[in-house]
Ligand binder design. Structure first.
Ligand code: PAF
Length: 282
């Protein structure tokens, strides 16, 4: 049965019990769990008992309206987490997570935090890096699993763990998609029916860009193909559609493009900001 704890002291006791069953696996979430999170828990469970954290982290929201609108549904989340095989849920309040109020000391995400999502959402990755650091310190998992859907976050967490010497393996889990290609996201529920119909354009753009690269086309041509596909949808306002090095999200020139690449798009569909990405090796 799923155990639920709400503060660090209760977490320590629960971890001692759960840890007897094997190497602890952490799946950090902001709740509103869906099949993508279930895939994370399923992948985690192969390694040992799974701790799911559910915490809507105010530090990573640059827009108060976005924070207010973020879905909160703990009861449903607990049911999903248990059905997916989690052993423990850590669901702290904001006061339990940040007892002294907004932290004066936070984790500076460096250059990775300033590009793409970081450029569009100032402070977002400092908030992510700070809360992930606190979760890793509190749970001390053997592995922590993150969805590839938030690819920049995954790359940043890998770098954080390497730079700050956390003894944890970071595992990326492939994106789960709807039948029409739309990546599962807690934000999808906020799309109107017509916006929902337009939203698969993000995946369509990624596939168009990937096809260019696979056929030997240059990254700049792939980026143009992605932009053109997104522009076909009147309700989609593109933020970025780029090809980057998969390992560190560095820019790639049209001349030197061997290795793993990542196509990344971000766009606003109505008032909802959506992200997606796809990998390709050349
Ligand atoms: O990906 C998320 O849900 C969040 O950014 C995370 C990693 C749980 C940190 O709040």
């Amino acid at each position: 049965m799923l155990e639920v704890v709400e503060d660090a002291a209760a977490l320590a006791g629960a971890l001692a019990r759960v840890g007897e069953r094997g190497a602890v696996q952490l799946v950090p979430t902001m709740g509103a769990l869906h099949a993508g999170h279930e895939a994370l828990v399923g992948a985690a469970a192969a390694g040992g008992p799974v701790v799911v954290s559910v915490f809507v982290n105010p530090l990573q929201f640059d827009d108060p309206a976005d924070l207010a609108a973020y879905p909160r549904q703990l009861e449903a989340d607990l049911e999903r987490a248990e059905a997916a095989g989690a052993a423990l849920c850590f669901a702290p309040s904001v006061e339990a997570m940040y007892p002294a109020g907004r932290p004066q000391v936070h984790v500076e995400p460096g250059p990775l935090g300033a590009v793409l999502e970081g450029a569009s959402r100032p402070g977002h990755f400092a908030g992510v890096a700070t809360v992930v650091t606190k979760l890793l310190a509190a749970v001390r998992p053997a592995r922590a699993l993150f969805g590839e859907k938030d690819y920049q976050q995954l790359v940043l967490v890998r770098r954080l763990v390497a730079d700050l010497s956390f003894p944890v393996e970071v595992v990326g889990v492939p994106t789960v998609r709807e039948a029409d290609g739309l990546a599962l996201s807690s934000r999808n529920g906020r799309l109107s029916p017509s916006e929902r119909a337009a939203a698969p354009a993000l995946y369509g753009a990624l596939v168009a860009g990937r096809d260019v690269l696979v056929a030997g086309g240059a990254p700049s041509v792939a980026e143009a193909a992605m932009a053109a596909r997104l522009a076909e949808e009147g309700q989609v306002v593109t933020d970025y559609a780029v090809v980057r090095a998969a390992a560190d999200l560095g820019e790639v020139s049209d001349q030197a493009v061997a290795g793993e690449l990542r196509l990344l798009v971000a766009a606003r569909v109505g008032s909802v900001r959506l992200l997606d990405n796809l990998g390709v090796a050349r």
